[in-house]
Write a protein that binds this ligand. Structure first.
Ligand SMILES: CC(=O)N[C@@H](CCC[C@H](N)C(=O)O)C(=O)O
Length: 432
């Protein structure tokens, strides 16, 4: 497979602006134009069939506008009501002859009925945002205070809508199942979604998904057979000691000091307890404690996440965390509690399907393919392909700021690249 190439080729196949002719792009959630809602003019409003471009970089893809609309309304997991409304409005305006739409919680299942189905191919996108205050100066920045699409789910959704738009009027032989999944960032929507009656009824035979990758250029995708993403577990530790006057520490059990010590001790699990040839991460992303500068803190809370490359390592790391927390309890004279929040199974790509996909992209499209290493990111998509063959791949979007950063600014040309490549791949796979 090729190495990442900053001057990558443009996509061999491309999607043109004619998709914008679809009425659902013209009308918004409440029957108004979603672009008027956000005071944005659609770049493709006047696109005509004659304007079919030769290169995706020369096309202003209408799904870029959809991405911009969605970018402005990021919502927390299982609270994606406005997002769901936007998606439903769009979907309900597509040609319905080959489509069945069913809502599930704040997500949506859409089945495209194949012309002579012998299998169902699933495609999953996540739809939630992150609790981060956006710091880009984009004109279409988040309008939901303290929330941002800082993990690219706005890209994921617009690509899924683009692919679905194509197949809504050009169904392949096989059925397609599009899953708009809530709560990927937490508490996890994939597991309950696959346990739902709708999923059981429309169960796919294989599933595909993508994730944007700021570190790769537009026009490059990266993936690998086997393990792609880590096992994850959230981590919340509460400490309760005895507060008091800042000048009388000997009469108190200071939970700020206990928490600081615990953060350092937790890092020794990675350096001293995990096999150096294995990998694990413990990140404490948030510490809270105390009330004011001259009162010794009675309470402190650590919030973090654990990442491991196997289920067994996760078990070991948690045993060590428990031991260290017990030590702090004794050493600092406090009460403690641990909550592991939500946990995700590793993303383990099906080797045969992934290799086949990589050679398809390499040989049949102008997109570059890189075989990457696994990453310590997590994805509840891992549950979807735990028992059903499938894979996930990274889609290059080239941003100087990475995932979960308040200045993440992916290049929008990647939307056309992702759509075109997926349409080609699913057309081939759905007509085998
Ligand atoms: C792709 C990605 O960034 N996923 C998230 C998943 C988070 C799961 C959960 N909230 C946790 O923190 O463990 C990630 O942070 O990797």
């Amino acid at each position: 497979m090729k190495k990442p190439n900053p001057k990558q080729k443009s996509s061999k196949s491309f999607v043109n602006c004619n998709l914008a002719e679809n009425s659902s792009i013209r009308e918004g959630v409440d029957g108004t134009d979603p672009r008027l809602l956000f005071k944005e003019k659609a770049p493709c409003q006047n696109a005509t069939k004659e304007k079919e471009a030769k290169d995706v970089t020369n096309v202003i893809n209408p799904f870029i506008q959809i991405r911009r609309d969605l970018h402005q309304i990021p919502e927390k997991g299982f609270q994606e009501n406005r997002t769901q409304g936007y998606l439903l409005h769009y979907l309900n305006n597509l040609p319905q002859e080959h489509m069945e739409i069913r809502e599930w919680e704040t997500g949506i299942f859409v089945r495209v009925l194949g012309t002579a189905p012998s299998k169902t191919i699933g495609y999953r996108t996540d739809i939630d945002g992150l609790p981060i205050t956006e710091e880009t100066d984009l004109p279409f920045h988040s309008k939901h205070e303290g929330m941002m699409h800082a993990c690219g789910h706005d890209f994921h959704m617009s690509i899924a809508l683009g692919v679905l738009t194509h197949f809504s009027s050009n169904p392949p032989k096989d059925n397609l199942l599009f899953m708009f999944q809530p709560a990927e960032e937490g508490p996890g929507g994939a597991l309950p979604m696959i346990q739902s009656e709708i999923f059981k009824e429309w169960k796919p035979d294989m599933i595909v998904a993508l994730h944007i990758a700021p570190e790769y250029p537009v026009g490059t995708i990266a993936t690998k057979p086997g393990l792609l993403f880590a096992n994850t577990s959230e981590l919340f530790i509460d400490l309760k000691g005895k507060g008091g006057h800042a000048a009388y520490p000997h009469q108190t059990n200071d939970m700020v000091v206990a928490a600081c010590s615990l953060v350092s001790q937790l890092q020794t699990i990675i350096s001293r307890n995990v096999d150096p040839l294995d990998s694990a991460v413990i990140t404490i992303g948030k510490i809270t404690g105390g009330t004011v500068q001259n009162i010794i803190a009675e309470r402190a809370r650590l919030e973090g996440t654990i990442r491991t490359l196997s289920v067994e390592s996760m078990k070991k790391v948690k045993e060590r965390i428990q031991a260290l927390v017990q030590g702090v309890e004794i050493g600092y004279g406090c009460e403690t509690s641990i909550d592991y929040g939500c946990m995700y199974h590793q993303v383990d790509n099906d080797a045969r399907l992934t290799e086949e996909f990589m050679s398809f992209v390499e040989n049949e499209t102008n997109v570059n393919v890189v075989e990457c290493r696994h990453a310590m990111t997590g994805e509840d998509y891992g549950y979807m392909i735990q028992n059903i063959p499938g894979f996930m791949f990274w889609l290059g979007v080239e941003s100087p700021y990475g995932l979960h950063h308040s200045k993440l600014d992916p290049k929008e040309d990647a939307i056309g690249v992702g759509m075109s490549m997926l349409i080609s791949y699913l057309t081939k796979k759905g007509n085998e």
